[in-house]
Structures are given as structure tokens and as C-alpha cells.
Design a protein around this ligand. Structure first.
Ligand code: H79
Length: 481
């Protein structure tokens, strides 16, 4: 993220807040991401936590092909499987255990507020009966409308629903370019504009046949054939079909690598999409969502043993929230429709944690402290009913009772307590010259992460100036780089 673009965004935001309000029916494609959103983004900014689902024909191969077992949703390309052979996976796709309500119940109990599923991944297979292609669920043993079932279940469980949809398509004859290794699949007669019509017709189905959809999550936009004009047209079409929809920045081609934010202003998309990484610091005025796997792969891989621990995942969720972002955590279900046991266990652990500490995540804003603390993170709820609340997330429980919080002052602080399943535990504090310290009990209550809730009554927390930022300004003034 370029600093000048950030500054431009902030200026635009100020102008927007003091200027035009109310509903604007024309879609202003020139508004920077996240701005002038007419309240569309409100629920998403509060939600903080969602479930990503990668499921398709590739799930049947469980990551294995020939000698190797390090494949997943990219297997058609990483194992160089000819189209005719890969297409044979279709007929036998029969997720007899698939229970959309069970998936949604698990997501809900994990504390998630939305679900985003792969309607079509790069392999081109469609999880819904599409009138545009035979490469869809209708050609499988199951013949169920897997997406329809999920959309209904999500609404029943009060979860928002999102469609992941790949722009890149390794199946459609008009999609270009071909993979380098696909020497026997001729590109003669292929017409990319005709492919774009197919893509738009499919997205139209997805946004008309299932009621209003909350999120459109595009991917596979990086190949040379996709351009900004296609992206803007597609963005506009989605907003026309579902005016309240939120669309990720991969609809356009401004994404800067895996860091996922836009290279500059002028691209469409409502939020940035860091993939498998968390930005180093908060990004003021920019909406973003880190998507991440619990193990190595997005799609189901039977041999994968590299699962992150529940504590690690909770820390990542907190880290993301402390920087003002959302966390989209992935599950790659098995071909029969079951979640891997390891995924279910982790979702249960996160849910147990969220049940006690969720108020320190939902609807919070980025930490007012620029840096992370050595012992954990912070989030801010600036306008709770009771006034501002600062949450201190303690990952590493101190050996001594004192927990030092640099730069914080006791101005306005009315109450400090340790959150817990039982009644909150009051915490003592002391004001110091360069910050505050809090006195914690010897035993840490939760093994993974604990939260101290600081209630500032009507006031906002007041911080001492950041000595490092001041040192930087000083050095700039004397012209030292
Ligand atoms: O669906 C999951 C993956 O299958 C898919 N995105 C997630 C959500 C994915 N596709 N590719 N990758 C992940 C990694 C691809 C990285 C690259 Fe690029 C594509 C390197 C160069 C082109 C993206 C665009 C990163 C840099 C430019």
C-alpha cells in the first residue's frame, strides 16, 4: 500500500462523511474501496469472522495423483491431468453426507458470521445446476443443488452468504490462455469475449436464483486476458443485480500479489484480500479480509498433517481484528460432504473461546497502539453503550503479576476486569510515567488467550505520544533519512 494512496483515501473519506449522504442509485466506480458504501459494509465490518469453503471435483482425489500427494484444488494443473481424464471425476461426485444445515451450525457455533463457498474453482466445475454448462452438479450422481441448500441453511442460521467464483477457467473452451503443458488442447477458435459472456451469465444465475447474495468473492483474475474494463463491468453488473452486495478486489486487476491490497486508487472492489498472510499493521480507511487455511491446502488433502493449533488460529483471529481486518478461515470438506475431524475440532475450540471473549472481536476497531505488544494485542470498541472499551488480548501470561501497557493513561478509566465464563474478575492498575501496569492473577484462566476489558465510561482512551513516531518526525525535520 502506497502512503500517498492511503492519504488520498483518508481525504476522500473525510470529504465523503461531511458531504454526500443518503442513497445514490448510480454506482460510483471512482469511489475508493470501502468509501461511499451507503452502509453496505456495516455488517461486514462488525462480523470480523467468516468461513471459507473449498469443495469440488478435486476433493475426490484427496490431494493424490500418481506418486505424489501434495496436490489439492489445483490438482488438474499441478498434476497436469488431461481434461478428458479429469472430467471423469464428475459422474461419481456424490456427497451423501452433505448437510448444509450441519455446516452452518458448525460455522455459527465457531462464532462465524458469514460463509463463502467455491461456486466454481479454477477447474471450471460448478456446484449448482447451471443452464450455461453441463460441467455442473447435474452431471453428477448427486444432482442436488448444493448451493441452493447452503443459501437456505445460511439464512436459517442467520449467517450471511457469499459466492467464491473463479474468473480463470481450465475447462471452458473459450477461456484463454491455455496452461503451458496443455499442448493437446487447441486454442483455435477460442474467443475470450465469448467466455466473458459465459462468466457473466453464470454470475447472473448465482445472483438471481438464490435470493440476495451478501458477498461476491472473485479469484483467478491475474492472467493477462482479464482487464480492468471487464472488472468494472462485472462489478457494476453484480451491484445492479444485488444492490447491497459486497465484492472483493479480485474482480478488477489491481491486486498487489499475495499481500492482496490494491496497487493504487482507481480499481473497483470493496475490500482487499491478503491471502495466507496478515498485514504488518492496521490500514486506516481500507477494508480488508485475510483468507487463510487451517492446514497446508485449501481443498481436501488426506496426507496433510500440517494443521495449525487452535491457539494459533485464535491468535491470528485476534491479530487480524487488532489491525481492523476480517478473518476468512477455510475448511476443505471431504468429497462425501464431511468436514475433516481436525477442522471440526479447531472450529469447536475457536467457538468456545468466542463464546466467552467474542465481545472483544465483533464490532471492534483496530488497536489505537501502532505496534503489537510483546505479550499480545488490543482492539477498541469506541462506542459501546457504556462508552469506549479497550480490550487487551494477552497471549503470553506474564510470570510476574504486572502487565505493562506502554503509552496508556488512566484518564477516564472506570473499570478493569478479566473477561471469563464466570463473573468478571476485577483487576488493579497503576499509572506510570510512560504507560500503565495492570496486576494479573497468578494463574491464567484460559490456556490460549485471555482478555482484559478496560471500560472508559463516556471517554475515549488517551494515549501518550508514541516516542518512536516522534523520533521519526525529528529525524525527518533535520533531513536525516
Ligand atoms: O482458492 C484458493 C487458491 O486455490 C487460490 N486462491 C485461494 C483463495 C490461489 N490461486 N493461486 N494461488 C492461490 C497462488 C497464486 C499465486 C500467483 Fe499471483 C498467481 C502468483 C502469480 C500469479 C497472485 C497474483 C499472486 C501474485 C499475483
Amino acid at each position: 500500500m502506497q502512503a500517498h494512496w492511503l492519504v488520498a483515501g483518508l481525504l476522500a473519506m473525510t470529504a465523503c462523511q461531511s458531504g454526500v449522504t443518503g442513497h445514490d442509485s448510480s454506482i460510483d466506480l471512482n469511489a475508493p474501496s470501502g468509501l461511499k458504501d451507503e452502509g453496505r459494509m456495516d455488517w461486514w465490518r462488525d462480523a470480523r469472522f467468516g468461513l471459507f469453503i473449498h469443495w469440488g471435483l478435486y476433493s475426490r482425489l484427496e490431494g493424490e495423483y500418481g506418486e505424489r500427494n501434495d496436490h489439492a484444488e489445483w490438482i488438474r494443473t499441478t498434476a497436469q491431468i488431461p481434461l478428458e481424464e479429469y472430467s471423469q471425476l464428475q459422474a461419481g461426485f456424490d456427497p451423501v453426507h452433505y448437510d448444509a444445515e450441519e455446516w452452518c451450525r458448525v460455522a455459527k457455533e465457531a462464532g462465524m458470521k458469514y460463509v463463502v463457498i467455491t461456486t466454481k474453482h479454477h477447474d471450471g466445475f460448478c456446484l449448482w445446476p447451471s443452464a450455461q454448462t453441463d460441467f455442473d452438479v447435474e452431471g453428477t450422481a448427486s444432482r442436488r443443488d448444493l448451493l441452493g441448500e447452503l443459501a437456505r441453511a445460511a439464512r436459517k442460521y442467520d449467517l450471511k452468504i457469499g459466492w467464491y467464483h473463479s474468473i480463470m477457467d481450465w475447462h471452458h473452451p473459450d477461456y484463454l490462455p491455455r496452461r503451458g503443458w496443455e499442448v493437446n488442447r487447441s486454442a483455435e477458435g477460442a474467443d475470450f469475449d465469448r467466455y466473458v459472456e459465459y462468466l457473466r451469465a453464470q454470475v447472473t444465475e448465482l445472483l438471481t436464483d438464490y435470493g440476495p447474495i451478501d458477498i461476491m468473492w472473485f479469484d483467478g483474475e491475474w492472467e493477462s486476458t482479464w482487464n480492468s474494463e471487464y472488472g468494472r463491468d462485472l462489478y457494476r453488473m453484480c451491484r445492479k443485480l444485488n444492490p447491497g452486495i459486497i465484492i472483493n478486489n479480485r474482480v478488477d486487476n489491481g491486486r498487489a500479489g499475495m499481500a492482496g491490497l490494491d496497487k493504487g486508487p482507481g480499481y473497483v472492489g470493496d475490500f482487499g484480500t491478503p491471502e495466507q498472510e496478515v498485514p504488518a499493521g492496521g490500514l486506516l480507511g481500507v477494508d480488508w479480509e485475510t483468507c487463510m487455511t487451517m492446514n497446508r491446502y485449501w481443498g481436501w488433502n488426506r496426507a496433510d498433517t500440517e494443521w495449525k493449533s487452535s491457539a494459533q488460529l485464535i491468535h491470528t483471529l485476534v491479530d487480524v481484528a487488532s489491525k481492523g481486518g476480517n478473518f476468512l478461515l477455510n475448511v476443505g470438506p471431504k468429497p462425501d460432504g464431511d468436514f475433516p475431524e481436525q477442522a471440526a475440532e479447531r472450529l469447536k475450540d475457536i467457538g468456545d473461546w468466542m463464546e466467552v471473549f467474542g465481545a472483544s472481536i465483533y464490532g471492534t476497531e483496530a488497536s489505537p497502539f501502532d505496534a503489537a505488544f510483546p505479550w499480545g494485542r488490543a482492539t477498541l470498541q469506541p462506542n459501546a453503550k457504556e462508552g469506549a472499551i479497550l480490550y487487551l488480548h494477552v497471549f503470553d501470561w506474564p510470570r510476574t503479576p504486572q502487565l505493562f501497557v506502554p503509552r496508556l493513561t488512566e484518564s477516564g478509566l472506570v473499570r478493569a476486569e478479566l473477561m471469563g465464563a464466570d463473573s468478571p474478575y476485577p483487576i488493579g492498575w497503576q499509572n506510570l510515567e510512560d504507560g500503565m501496569q495492570f496486576f494479573l492473577p497468578k494463574l491464567k484462566p484460559h490456556p490460549d488467550a485471555n482478555v482484559i476489558r478496560l471500560d472508559f465510561g463516556g471517554a475515549q482512551p488517551i494515549l501518550l505520544p508514541d516516542p518512536e513516531a516522534e523520533a521519526e518526525v525529528d529525524s525527518e525535520e533535520v533531513g536525516v533519512d
